[in-house]
Design a binder for this molecule. Structure first.
Ligand SMILES: [Zn+2]
Length: 205
């Protein structure tokens, strides 16, 4: 049946359009920054092989299958691509009682988190990044619980993870409610670290 998979499940979500909408609604200056960094979005359907294929012509080492396992999306600094796990996302978002707005909100959150990675990875110094574990300890419990450290992340990855989570949070408030203030529940040191990497509040909204 056209537009339907063999299993009879609904046609796969238009992930490209949902991701495009997430990016389009960013503040203008942040869109420009992502352009400047050269961030591209790519929905990858053979995971993890499709991600590792980006590295075929590069000397850089691709992430391992273990690194990529169960990831909904990943920022690939060497190729400046945000790769979205097409099959896993379609599966996760193909829930009958999930309305269009909820699907968009889920994709927004994933894309904005990865853009936070792209900004942090390209704009934070390695000295700054050493501060990751301390900043993690200053996050409110809910945000802290989203970052599996020590465990899933190495010490030098924690800073980017903190920035990515804070970016998705503050961009969400800005886009959805027009609220450009840093949330009062974030520690001043976290806000300072964030603002050192991400221009905030963004100009030319
Ligand atoms: Zn992350």
């Amino acid at each position: 049946m056209p537009g339907r998979s063999a299993g009879g499940s609904p046609a796969s979500l238009d992930l490209e359009r949902l991701i495009g909408d997430a990016r389009r609604r960013l503040p203008r200056s942040h869109k420009a920054l992502l352009e400047q960094i050269g961030v591209q979005d790519a929905v990858v359907n053979r995971w993890p092989d499709g991600v590792q294929a980006f590295y075929e012509t590069l000397k850089a080492t691709p992430p391992t299958a273990g690194d990529l396992a169960n990831a909904l999306a990943v920022w690939l600094p060497d190729v400046r691509v945000v790769a979205y796990n097409g099959d896993l996302l379609s599966h996760a978002l193909d829930v009958h009682d999930l309305d269009q707005a909820s699907v968009q909100r889920a994709v927004d959150n994933i894309a904005w988190h990865e853009y936070g990675h792209a900004l942090s990875a390209t704009r934070a110094s390695s000295t700054t990044k050493r501060d990751g574990p301390r900043l993690l300890g200053l996050l409110p419990p809910g945000l802290r619980a989203a970052i599996d450290y020590p465990g899933g992340y190495r010490q030098m990855q924690v800073f980017d993870e903190v920035i990515a989570n804070v970016y998705a949070l503050v961009i969400g408030r800005a886009v959805q409610s027009g609220d450009y203030r840093m949330p009062s529940f974030l520690h001043p040191d976290v806000c300072d670290a964030f603002k050192a990497v991400v221009p905030w509040p963004p100009d030319a909204r």
